[in-house]
Design a protein around this ligand. Structure first.
Ligand SMILES: [Zn+2]
Length: 479
């Protein structure tokens, strides 16, 4: 069948047709999701100038109109931060007091700032062009936010009641700002968001190919994150006149220490998520890399396997804690010996490590007691309460649905080397999984960047996937 030709013809039609025609072929549920998506994009939720509260209120209005009782639709705003409101909606299950703990659906409403002059279009208008949705937040994170909203509205409208409660939390300040929603909610309103586990951003599907000729390659479930901490290394010296150098010198002392750090690798430390990552990724990798992945899972001390994998910076960071120099300062005058030299060392610790372990390893590697090692920030990170394997029910439902929708592709557990809001929940013992069913080519969405985008097909597939997944996990029966 000339599937590609039909797809091209369809793409050409979509390019040329106005909005009304683009939406006329949608199912009523797709149309609702698109409407919610469009409304969310149209509300400026940039930390500095926008209002997350406005977006939360717009969504709350939809839930109340759909018949959710006022007591189950709450906007919670941290004191003194009127634009940082979080929406919590509870859809009550039928099981009552014996029911399993709720499922939490988490998405952030805030977006990264951008300059209108950098963009070829209005940032805050949902555009549809060439098979893509465009606008700030189309990928990060208003696709998932709108999908969760539309699906919850649909369950209610259909009269589908889950076994357990489903909680939706649409939150503030994931990207930046001083009022992170999940951080504040776990502290002040834990009861409202307490759940068996959460589904959040951080996972998704990877496509291969180019243009319209793409196919799904794998689907990831983010189940762990590295932990961020900065150290300041400081070398000090009495200094003096630079015309009469002395053998000890703060800049040289610090440079030598950084040189030792540069040549050091932390030991390979895997956890259930990264073991799963390498096992599953081996299925789609080149033979040499795949063999190294299998070898490292069998024996984390396999130095040859670690060396092969470490040639790829992403795998290198997945294998171990990393610490890297990111800033440097030293000296106070051109003609004086430096009295101090300092560097910031940014560490991304594996979640099974600790601050003390990382700090003492740094001290050992630097091997210079004259260099002070201090924490750069006052507020120190906390570690997840545990690094458990992915809940088997979540993994099997995700795997089955992935097969049904995208064929026989691997579902790959991942550990983010960066961070999402999931860490706030994991720290207090609520497992959190990045699962979205949203597929893209690597780098394609350009989240945080110019002309952020989401494939139209990916969006509607994600809508369907998350609808089905939540129905399965929440264990209800169809009306
Ligand atoms: Zn995000």
């Amino acid at each position: 069948m000339p599937r590609n030709r039909a797809a091209l013809a369809l793409a050409a039609t979509l390019l040329a047709t106005p909005l009304a025609a683009q939406t006329s072929s949608l199912t009523p549920h797709q149309r609702l999701a698109r409407e919610v998506y469009s409304e969310l994009i149209s509300i400026n939720t940039v930390d500095s100038v926008g209002s997350v509260t406005r977006a939360a209120e717009a969504m709350a209005k939809r839930f109340r109109a759909a018949g959710f009782p006022d007591s189950d639709v709450k906007i919670l705003t941290p004191p003194g931060k009127p634009t940082k409101g979080n929406l919590i909606v509870r859809y009550r299950g039928r099981a009552g007091t014996n029911s399993p703990k709720p499922i939490l659906l988490l998405a952030h409403l805030d977006v990264v700032a951008a300059l209108r002059t950098d963009w070829p279009r209005d940032l805050f208008t949902l555009a549809e062009e060439g098979g893509f949705f465009l606008g700030r937040g189309t990928a990060d994170d208003k696709a998932m936010a709108s999908i969760f909203v539309a699906n919850l509205l649909r369950y209610k409208q259909e009269g589908w009641r889950p076994q357990r409660d489903i909680i939706l939390a649409l939150t503030a300040d994931e990207e930046s700002g001083d009022a992170n929603g999940p951080e504040w909610l776990v502290k002040e309103h834990r009861d409202l968001i307490d759940a068996a586990y959460a589904l959040n951003e951080g996972g998704g599907g990877s496509l291969a190919g180019s243009g319209n000729d793409v196919h799904p390659l794998f689907h990831t479930v983010q189940a762990a994150e590295k932990v961020y901490v900065d150290f300041t290394l400081t070398a000090t010296n009495p200094g003096g006149h630079s015309s009469v150098p002395r053998p000890d010198n703060a800049i040289y002392e610090l440079s030598d220490a950084l040189g030792r750090l540069a040549r050091f690798s932390f030991p390979v430390t895997l956890n259930p998520t990264t073991r799963g990552f390498f096992e599953q990724t081996a299925k789609v990798e080149q033979p040499a890399v795949a063999a190294a992945m299998r070898a490292i899972v069998a024996n984390p001390n396999d130095a040859a396997a670690a060396a092969t994998l470490s040639r790829d910076a992403r795998f290198a960071s997945m294998l171990r804690t990393t610490c890297v120099a990111t800033r440097l300062a030293g000296g106070h005058a051109y003609n004086a010996l430096p009295q101090s030299a300092s560097a910031n060392v940014n560490c991304r610790m594996v979640p099974t490590s600790s601050l003390e372990e990382t700090r003492s390893t740094l001290a050992r590697v630097i091997a210079d007691t004259g260099i002070a090692i201090t924490y750069t920030q006052k507020q120190l990170p906390r570690f997840p309460a545990s690094t458990l394997p992915i809940d088997p029910a979540v993994l099997s439902a995700t795997t089955e649905l992935t097969r049904t929708m995208w064929g026989d592709i691997p579902v790959i557990p991942t550990m983010s080397t960066g961070a999402t809001d999931s860490h706030w929940l994991r720290e207090v013992g609520i497992p959190s999984y990045g699962i979205s069913g949203l597929f893209s080519l690597p780098g394609e969405t350009n989240a945080h960047g110019r002309d952020e985008k989401m494939r139209v097909k990916s969006y509607y597939d994600g809508l369907e996937f998350l609808d089905q997944l939540v129905r399965r996990l929440a264990g209800g029966v169809q009306p």
